[in-house]
Design a protein around this ligand. Sequence first.
Ligand code: GLU
Length: 304
Amino acid sequence: MDYQEIIEEVYHQVQQENLRGKVATYIPELADIHPEQFGIALVDLNGNVFGVGDYQMTFSIQSISKVHTLTMVFHKFNTQLWYRVNVEPSGNPFNSIAQLEYEKGIPRNPFINAGALVITDALCSKYEQPTKQITDFINEISGKNCVAINQAVKDSEKNHGERNTALAYFLKSYKNFDNPVEEVLDVYFSHCAMEMNCVDLAKSFSFLANDGYSIFANRQILSESHARRVNAIMLTCGFYDEAGEFAYRVGMPGKSGVGGGVAAVMPHKFSIAVWSPELNEKGNSVKAIRALELLTDKLSFSLF
Ligand code: GLU
């Protein structure tokens, strides 16, 4: 399988289609990005890297970091955290407050904001310096020190963080939040403001394509069964309330972020990161989704 040729074909086809969307503006610092950037990096399980377009440009990984944070507490998730966060697709906007009230303070899944805040709260209970631990962890599984926190993006989110703050206090009112709200939000905004390029992001997802073993960290990150479960959560909940459509059109477990990135895995084959800042109305990158759809059409194998 000539991955380089395939991703180049995909890249050019997507560029020709001239798809448009809107850059996220609710985090003002993200609104300033040059909207036409577009890159793809694919990493196979031997560590070979294939890239096209702006694949070496760093960008704000935003909610993709929720896969990393979930991984860090997954052993707890299967026991204690299960009672605090569910694993059902939400079918509602990722920052819905109404849904949290219906569900009596138990977020639908670990990828909507409320669920991710519970996971970050668990990390704050586990570690003295959670932001450093998250950074170290992502660097480790990417095989190099590649993570930088964009302070301006973090501050921008903090200054416009009313909704996330409301979700956190709401969780606290249901006794589903152990640490001080400001402390957890600071860690949450820090991991959302992390920047990486497509290559390093794809590498950081490689263990999920490889039964939990990272060839970059040279160790088992999750057990095989836990890696399978994280993939199941990504497939059903990784794309806001467009997860069903992504599973239907693309059929790969993955996670998107409002920075325009998508990281996904084809189990036992490769991991991939695609980035382009313009989003559709559900908050997913228009070009990244289309690129992954074309890619899976061109492959001779699929998950199903
Ligand atoms: N930091 C963003 C927020 O909390 C993440 C959004 C996203 O990428 O889904 O609103």
